[in-house]
Write a protein that binds this ligand. Structure first.
Ligand code: ATP
Ligand code: MG
Length: 571
């Protein structure tokens, strides 16, 4: 259940002493609306603009809207907010649909705001007829100037008192393409002295001679977001329009639009919640787009990004993202969430689900001098000691093995318990081995490690109660397969923070990806795209769907095993 400290939620007991649940402030508002009879049912929506891929922040909005609709037995709509033809593309529509479905969400639609253009136009005509909208000849710059700032008041537009007839005529001609871009706009007639600048006769329609991906050349006037969005919600019968905090100041305008177009008896209600921000991670669509366009990353699904497509490619599960959103809760104030919490969620999800296999990422060869040449043994090992259902597998063992280079030191520091000359360690589930010596190349790099084994320690068990402090993993050199493994680090230079304050550029970490040629158990060579494993002692990995070939997977690290994240005590 949600933690109160993070979420600011209020706890309440449920009927008949059932489990204690906590309701977030949005649910409490909806409960009230239903109790007062303001609405008889609940309809929510997720309204992305198809101008890029969705990111983890959008996942929060999707899951919140979906769960609210589900909880109240209501309806959840996916609607593309495609009212601005300059930035939108069909390719993004497909990507967004795929991401929403992948998150495990069932939606009505998809709907397209552009399919409502006729009705939006009609709404604008209604406003003009009611004397609540007028055509202005001012330029964009003049309008901005006349509007004034938050600390003063605005000035009336010289065209503010045009007659209804003249406005109808001019607006029709705007629609018919008689004017150039920017020559005229339609403005709402509200209040140039309003304290909230959004209410100072906002622009409702602008001229843009552009081809729209859905409506083609039918329109050369397009509605502004603040006019279109409330109408889209209302046309679909949305009851609760959940949006992020930056729209709080736009709420009076949202209400004005749905109340004044004369089309809706029971218009929707906007409620704002805090955006999800991740510490030291690029989440803004605009910034991700920049990284894609300038080639810093390999597309919108580069595993170092936090787009939903990137998280999927990296091996994150929908369940881990659902859990992450649930843990974060819904708040009324902005704050940042630690990326480590996302990592905690995928670790927690995979720890019992993923088979645990041996993979040596930075291999060095070991020879067991007293092990018979040509002999091969098999050990039957559990695939996941925490989950018997995953069964067992056989791993082979022979005279030559690979271990991690970091598991050997010729001259060890204090408290190093792994392999060094004279020290005995356990080869995981195999034998105790004692290091004898090592061979090096001309550069002093270790090329071969000599050990002897104790046949009485078969299975990795002590034959006589003697203890070893180090246990290391290994693969059998005779049948290990070589595969490419990618280790990802933060794309951002954490010491400097995400954005460079001087020029707004991003502080990129030049070492955000390490590529290794690893030796792995032979079965891993058969891994298919998205197959997930724990590589013992190295982390959780998954076969990259873009880079893997049949029989030749490329593994990327989803997350390491060590965590700095502590789940709050209430969980
Ligand atoms: P960005 O902030 O990355 O540029 P956006 O707001 O432009 O994204 P839209 O397609 O306009 O993206 O957003 C669709 C919905 O997702 C909106 O309702 C928006 O409020 C919500 N949303 C966007 N970013 C976040 C976030 N970080 N956390 C929660 N909800 C978000
Ligand atoms: Mg937006």
């Amino acid at each position: 259940m949600d933690n109160e400290k993070i979420t600011g939620n209020e706890s309440s007991g449920t009927e008949e002493g059932a489990e204690k649940t906590s309701r977030n402030f949005i649910e409490m508002e909806i409960d009230k609306d239903l109790a007062e009879g303001k609405y008889t049912h609940v309809v929510t929506r997720f309204p992305p603009e198809p101008n890029g891929f969705l990111h983890i922040g959008h996942a929060k909005s999707i899951l919140l809207n979906y769960h609210i609709a589900k909880e109240y037995g209501g309806q959840f709509n996916l609607r593309f907010d495609d009212t601005n033809p300059t930035k939108e593309k069909g390719e993004y529509v497909e990507a967004i649909k795929k991401d929403v479905e992948w998150l495990g969400v069932k939606f009505n639609g998809p709907y397209f705001a552009s399919n409502y253009f006729d009705r939006m136009y009609e709404a604008a005509l209604n406003l003009i007829k009611a004397g609540k909208a007028y055509v202005s000849d001012l330029s964009a710059e003049e309008i901005r100037e006349y509007r004034g700032g938050w600390n003063d008041v605005g000035k009336d537009d010289p065209n503010r008192n045009r007659s209804v007839e003249e406005n109808l005529d001019l607006f029709t001609r705007m629609k018919n393409g008689e004017f150039a871009d920017g020559e005229k706009v339609l403005r709402a007639k509200i209040d140039m002295k309003a304290a909230n600048i959004n209410m100072r006769d906002p622009i409702l329609y602008r001229i843009a001679h552009l081809t729209h991906q859905n409506t083609g050349d039918k329109w050369c006037i397009y509605p502004m977001y603040d006019f279109a969005h409330p109408l889209e919600d209302a046309f679909e019968g949305v009851t609760h329009s959940l949006c992020t905090l930056e729209f709080e100041d736009h709420r009076p305008l949202y209400n004005w639009v749905v109340q004044n177009v004369g089309m809706f008896e029971n218009p929707p209600r906007q409620i704002e919640f805090a955006k999800l921000y991740l510490t030291n991670v690029v989440t803004g669509k605009r910034y991700i787009k920049k990284l894609v366009e300038n080639g810093t990353v390999d597309g919108w699904d580069d595993p170092r990004l936090v787009t939903i497509a990137a998280l999927r490619r990296r091996g994150y599960t929908p369940e881990s993202i659902q859990k992450f959103v649930e843990l974060g809760g819904i708040a009324k104030a902005n704050s940042s969430t630690d990326y480590a919490m996302l990592e905690y969620c995928i670790r927690d999800d995979l720890k019992a689900k993923a088979p645990r296999m041996y993979a040596v990422l930075d291999p060095v060869k070991v020879v067991i001098d007293n092990y018979p040449e040509g002999k091969t043994e098999e050990f039957e090992v559990p695939n996941n000691p925490e989950n018997e259902a995953l069964g067992t597998r056989k791993v082979t063992f022979s005279r030559e093995l690979y271990i991690e280079r970091s598991d050997f030191m010729e001259v060890p520091p204090k408290k190093y318990f792994r392999m060094f000359p004279g020290n005995e360690v356990r080869l995981m589930q195999a034998y105790f081995v004692k290091c004898v010596s090592c061979e090096k190349d001309a550069d002093g790099r270790v090329t071969l490690i000599h050990v002897t084994y104790d046949p009485a320690s078969r299975g990795g068990n002590s034959p006589d109660g003697r203890k070893v402090k180090g246990t290391i993993h290994w693969v059998n050199a005779a049948d290990a397969k070589q595969v490419e493994v990618r280790l990802y680090n933060n794309l951002i230079d954490e010491e400097k923070g995400v954005y460079n304050e001087e020029d707004g550029s991003m502080n990129i970490n030049p070492d955000s990806m390490e590529i290794c040629q690893a030796y792995v158990e032979p079965a891993l060579a058969e891994a298919k795209a998205y197959d997930r494993f724990q590589f013992v002692r190295n982390g959780f990995f998954s076969a990259d769907p873009k880079l893997s070939q049949p029989g030749q997977p490329v593994f990327g690290r989803i997350v390491s095993l060590k965590s700095s994240f502590k789940l709050p005590a209430a969980h």
